[in-house]
Write a protein that binds this ligand. Sequence first.
Ligand code: HEC
Length: 277
Amino acid sequence: MAACFSLTALAAPKYFIQADVVRGSAGAQGAVCVANSVFFPGEQVVWRAVVFDLATQARLSEEQIKQLGLAVTVTLENGANLNMRYGPHPPDPNAPKREAFWSTSYQIPADAPVGTLKWSMTAKDKDGNTGAFTPIGQDVGLAVLTIAKAQAAAPQAAAADGQALYGQYCASCHQANGQGLAGAFPPLAGSRVVTGDAAYLARVVLFGLQGPITVRGQNYDGNMPAFGSLSDAQVAAILTYVRSAWGNAAGAVSAATVQAERAKPGSPQDNHAKYPK
Ligand code: HEC
């Protein structure tokens, strides 16, 4: 009876995995090290995962992972296999550490076909117990990896085109029509922050925003990533665009305004503390 039970236990999964995809730094055309699902050819994709014990629902600690000899692997439909390593990330000593399994990076080939690149993840311990993860439906949600058409123009040439830059860096969350997604990403259309003080608006994009806010009567408590990696001219072009699109009617933002705000320290928490009441 005991043998029979342990056979069953071996066959059933022992672990469950939560995972998403993150943009790596090499060749990045957008914010680095944030959860993201749309990538351009030439960009680097890094998979991130945490593993739980199915029976106890507890997240496995680094110690347990070592003891179990747990190995996690990403498999792409194009045949690539990426090993994952558990540890804190990013290496920047000042950034908050997130402990997780991180994959070796995958560079999207320049000629990669546009569309969903399907992937799945498996965990296996030294006794052969397993767990697996596949993004829901392989066609919705943040964990799905979508390869977008390569940018025709060099990023420099696109710098002045606020609408294109918005499409590239902001629309995945705030949507192309500026309406956001209720409860998750606030609308920029009709937002008083977007049409309000340009300096504060620049700080939101440069340093991010984290904490409970209310936009057009709906509550949000999310994490707006920082876009400090964009140039002053790029941020100015995006802000000028969002202040005049979708019925918004506020003045242009200059690169000088962005530059002045960049020079002063900021953080998502600081922006939340100064969020207009
Ligand atoms: C990964 C998703 C994501 C991306 C990409 C993103 N944002 Fe956000 N943004 C958010 C979230 C979430 C919030 C709300 C944060 C909170 O709840 O404190 C937010 C808030 C904002 C706000 C404040 C709106 C208000 O009325 O309070 C502005 C302005 C904004 N984002 C502009 C942008 C711009 C411009 C870009 C592109 C450069 C961008 N965002 C890209 C997720 C995102």
